[in-house]
Design a protein around this ligand. Structure first.
Ligand SMILES: [Zn+2]
Length: 258
């Protein structure tokens, strides 16, 4: 769904939006009135029959050209840091490596279709720090310090991850983008755990959230369930680690705008 100021979601839909003028940020000062901040979520979905059926139908993986764009886009390199505090024990040892890989999956256009992609976006990991993503437990964007941080913390119960993007309103250029991962959910990396029922794949969620940072919005859950930018992730699946053809089409559209 498209987001607007203070729009809220229905139970089946997705995005919370928040628009605010931010008085101060560093290290690249700009007029406060020229900054917009938007938040985007990815929701946890139990292994219900309806969603599972949609996910099992892989025919749209590489046939879809569906995408939706946000009002912003990355220009150049997205430099981000990581705060490991609060990472669930099950994934803490592998979390950074997994988040790095997912970020590269997105910016490199790594897809399930074998399509080579050259995109005008890139990313750079700048190390760990002790800052946390400026995102509240109710999934609201709370400020802009100009530093892009990925960290763990409290989020609404069915929100796996939440990304806030700060961009120049006049140009759409991203200034910074934080990501919060829900520290209270069950997560896995690597193979789907034996007996998995309600655990979620960290790489899939981060690939999706990085799509928001790059400038991709959600596509329709019902018809585009296999695209990484559909708003829900099914427990115990890994198909969103790499993007689909619609997601790639969207990234290519953003690249030609860049
Ligand atoms: Zn999302």
């Amino acid at each position: 769904m498209r987001k607007g100021a203070l729009s809220l979601t229905t139970a089946s839909l997705i995005a919370a939006a928040f628009v605010a003028a931010v008085p101060v940020f560093e290290p690249t000062p700009a007029p406060a009135e020229d900054i917009t901040v938007i938040g985007e979520a990815i929701l946890a979905t139990p292994t219900t029959v309806a969603v599972a059926n949609a996910v099992a139908d892989t025919t749209s993986d590489c046939a879809s050209t569906a995408y939706a764009l946000e009002k912003w886009r990355l220009s150049g390199t997205h430099t981000w840091s990581y705060n490991p505090a609060g990472a669930p024990a099950t994934v803490a040892p592998m979390a950074l490596t997994t988040i790095q890989r997912a970020t590269t999956n997105l910016t490199g256009g790594q897809n399930r279709c074998g399509t080579r992609a050259t995109l005008a976006i890139s990313q750079a990991y700048s190390g760990t720090n002790t800052k946390t993503a400026q995102i509240s437990p109710t999934a609201a964007c709370t400020g802009n310090d100009g530093i892009s941080v990925t960290s763990w913390g409290a989020l609404p119960a069915n929100t796996l991850g939440y990304t806030c993007v700060y961009y120049k309103t006049s140009t759409g250029t991203v200034i910074a983008s934080d990501m919060m991962l829900n520290s209270t959910k069950k997560w896995f990396t690597g193979n789907v755990p034996a007996g998995c029922t309600d655990s979620f794949d960290l790489e899939s969620v981060v690939t999706h959230e990085r799509g928001h940072t790059a400038g991709l919005s959600h596509v329709d859950q019902t018809t585009q369930a296999r695209q990484t930018m559909s708003p829900r992730t099914l427990a115990c699946t890994t198909y969103k680690r790499l993007i689909g053809s619609g997601d790639l089409t969207g990234l290519q559209a953003l690249s030609t705008k860049a």
